[in-house]
Design a protein around this ligand. Structure first.
Ligand code: DAH
Length: 364
């Protein structure tokens, strides 16, 4: 019996002594919790030892009980100390990891910019906005009726030769190896002029719009021609709108776009959808007017076509030519852009090559 008591005491002492080393090995709160139940839990080591209490003489039991309580108390204290320690270490680590170095240099944000074509288009939008024009956009996929007929270009009219058209194919049709043009006359618009008619049908006079947009032609592509390009069309319809209004407005426009000293001139022109029609020139943007290869040594450059809207076109837009008159103008954005930036080849604009595009930061 005596031996039993001694053995139990020794076991309790060992538990007391090893507990602290085992706690040191527990490296996080979860392992400490686990150790707590291994040592002090209902089926833990201390409880298991105390089950032998029945084998100890009654007289010895109080002192063993005291020892067991002391051990439990110590182990519990050691456990809370260890938990505090671990929490402290964890906090230290997080403070170190999550600290922000306010003196570190910032990462630079890559800021893109508009495509050069769109920069010129924005300038046009701004200038015409100041003149009281609104933006009115139309579809890139058009009907032949809108693109030609409504603009006073009948099917057999020789003027159609001016616009080499890209036809949308009839779905599934192939004749002699080639797709057949859609029967409903669906095409890619060859100019922004059909938007004039759409605007007239949609809005009521007074109308004062510009219609920027992408156009397509079946072109032999070279440095100054592309099959895909941009135009900005303008249309004004009101009572007693005159050619004088058109001239005044375009002169103001040329100064706003190219500077106060810009010289301008009007020449007679021909477009089926305007009568009379004019070509509008500014002094050469490359040589300033003295004559160079860019202006074929004339000193002038044509920047747009314009005229008084033909009565047939007004009628196609459901407007009575006896009550309202209008003027219209159309210009090519690509040419204006290459001239502004001195770009040698129009095709670069559609090349999607960042090495080229990144050379045109905003505001340049
Ligand atoms: N649509 C013409 C073209 O593509 C440009 C043009 C000329 C538009 C005269 C007009 C205009 O509105 O009045 O060449």
């Amino acid at each position: 019996m005596q031996a039993m008591t001694e053995q139990l005491k020794a076991d309790l002492e060992r538990l007391r002594q090893t507990a602290s080393a085992r706690l040191t090995d527990a490296s996080d709160a979860a392992s400490v919790d686990e150790l707590r139940s291994t040592l002090l839990g209902r089926n833990g080591e201390l409880t298991t030892l105390l089950k032998q209490l029945g084998d100890v003489p009654v007289a010895e039991r109080p002192s063993i009980g005291q020892l067991a309580n002391a051990v439990r108390g110590e182990v519990e204290t050691a456990i809370s100390r260890r938990l505090d320690e671990l929490r402290g270490a964890d906090l230290d680590r997080r403070l170190a990891d999550e600290s922000i170095d306010m003196s570190a240099p910032g990462r630079s944000v890559r800021v893109g910019h508009l495509h050069p074509l769109m920069m010129v288009e924005r300038d046009l939008r701004e200038i015409f906005h100041a003149f009281g024009f609104e933006i009115y956009e139309g579809p890139e996929i058009e009907t032949e009726a809108m693109n030609f007929e409504a603009l006073n270009i009948p099917p057999d009219h020789p003027a159609r030769d001016l616009w080499d058209t890209l036809y949308v194919a009839e779905p599934g049709s192939v004749e002699q190896g080639l797709p057949r043009p859609a029967e409903d006359g669906t095409i890619l618009r060859t100019h922004t002029s059909p938007v004039q008619v759409r605007a007239m049908l949609d809005l009521r006079p007074p109308i004062r719009i510009i219609t920027p947009g992408r156009c397509f032609r079946y072109e032999a592509v070279d440095a100054s021609h592309n099959f895909e390009f941009f135009q900005v069309e303008g249309l004004v319809v009101d009572r007693s709108t005159s050619l004088a209004d058109l001239k005044g407005m375009l002169e103001q426009f040329a100064r706003a776009m190219y500077g106060d000293g810009t010289r301008t001139r009007f020449r007679p022109g021909y477009y089926p959808f305007t009568e009379p029609s004019v070509a509008f020139d500014v002094n050469c943007l490359v040589c300033g007017g003295s004559g160079c290869p860019a202006c074929s040594r004339t000193g002038w450059m044509t920047i747009l076509g314009a005229g008084m809207v033909h009565p047939h076109v007004l009628r196609a837009g459901n407007i009575d030519p006896d009550e309202h008159q209008g003027y219209a103008f159309g210009m090519g954005l690509d040419r204006m852009t290459v001239l502004r930036y001195g770009i040698p080849d129009l095709r670069l604009l559609m090349g999607a090559d960042l090495r080229f595009l990144e050379q045109f930061p905003m505001g340049a």
